[in-house]
Design a protein. Structure first.
Length: 299
């Protein structure tokens, strides 16, 4: 196995999870994150909590974006709204041959980042339930699959993550998978944040199923007008999440409860913006987006 020098830019729950798995598999991993994370990792390593228990993972952590200078692979996991600023910060330090992976929520992040970096960026579809339980303490709640688009590096990347214990595949329909996850986020995240309830509790409420389905139909209208054919079983994918992710709250709910800026602009807000350009009416997505923004600004 070739040891890769991997840097995680914007190490939150997603970045810490995959960074930890790669470090455990023998790769040299550096997390770029906030001071609390850096201090915690320096003092005691990264705590990786899974159903099997808690283990300490030895890896490096830094606040400096210059840490990307010797990276062979960069896992770009910053919040979608921070894409441009973070991209501009690392651009002067990136080695010419490094592989950059956008492992972010929402759609269009890889393209936005690529335009800033002036180089290709690989969009990765990430399916994971995870959270930071505290500084340097990553809690994995479920899943962890990755989908890469077909490309010159896809075989190498799929092997890299599979070998580290993260199920990965390459697909020529990765863009549809990205949109599917995006629509799921639009249907789930705002509702979880506004109610501060877990998915299963939301599903148990009379009227919730219709609300979620109507939200999804608006998203489908925007996707179709954008040239994206979403899967026929999309509703099953959306609604099954409510029953399979028992006890889980969305990342938007977690951010809102902690007084942090959410990614709602990149979920329902993105649907609203695209719908406006396409002259499509999306009152439910507009309502969800607006209410989360009001709650966010009132924190």
């Amino acid at each position: 196995m070739i040891q890769e020098k991997i840097v995680v830019m914007g190490a939150g729950a997603v970045g810490c999870y995959y960074g930890a798995l790669l470090a455990l598999n023998g790769h040299q991993v550096t997390l770029i994150g906030r001071p609390g994370l850096v201090a915690a990792v320096a003092n005691k390593g990264l705590l990786l909590e899974r159903q099997s228990g808690v283990e300490t993972v030895a890896l490096a952590a830094s606040e400096s974006v210059e840490s990307v200078a010797d990276a062979s692979i960069v896992l770009f996991t910053v919040k979608s709204g921070d894409t441009e600023n973070a991209g501009r910060a690392i651009a002067p330090h990136l080695p010419p041959n490094s592989i950059v992976l956008s492992m972010q929520n929402g759609i269009g992040n890889a393209e936005r980042l690529a335009s800033i970096l002036g180089r290709p960026v690989t969009p990765v579809v990430v399916y994971i339930a995870a959270e930071m339980a505290g500084p340097g303490h990553m809690r994995h709640r479920g899943r962890g699959e990755l989908v890469f688009p077909e490309g010159p590096d896809s075989s190498k990347l799929v092997s890299l993550f599979n070998d580290a214990g993260a199920p990965a595949t390459a697909s020529n329909t990765a863009e549809v998978a990205m949109w599917t996850k995006f629509v799921v986020n639009c249907c789930v995240n705002a509702l979880s944040a506004l109610t501060n309830q877990t998915y299963d509790r939301i599903a148990a409420q009379e009227g919730a199923e219709r609300l979620v389905k109507d939200t999804m139909q608006e998203c489908i209208a925007v996707a179709t007008a954008s040239g994206i054919r979403l899967p026929d079983n999309l509703w099953e994918t959306v609604w099954n999440l409510f029953s399979t992710m028992v006890g889980q709250r969305s990342s938007t709910a977690q951010d809102l409860s902690r007084g942090r800026k959410t990614e709602i602009d990149q979920f329902n807000g993105e649907i609203v913006r695209r719908a406006a350009r396409l002259a499509i009416d999306v009152p439910i997505n507009n309502g969800l987006w607006t209410m989360v923004k009001i709650a966010e600004n009132g924190v």
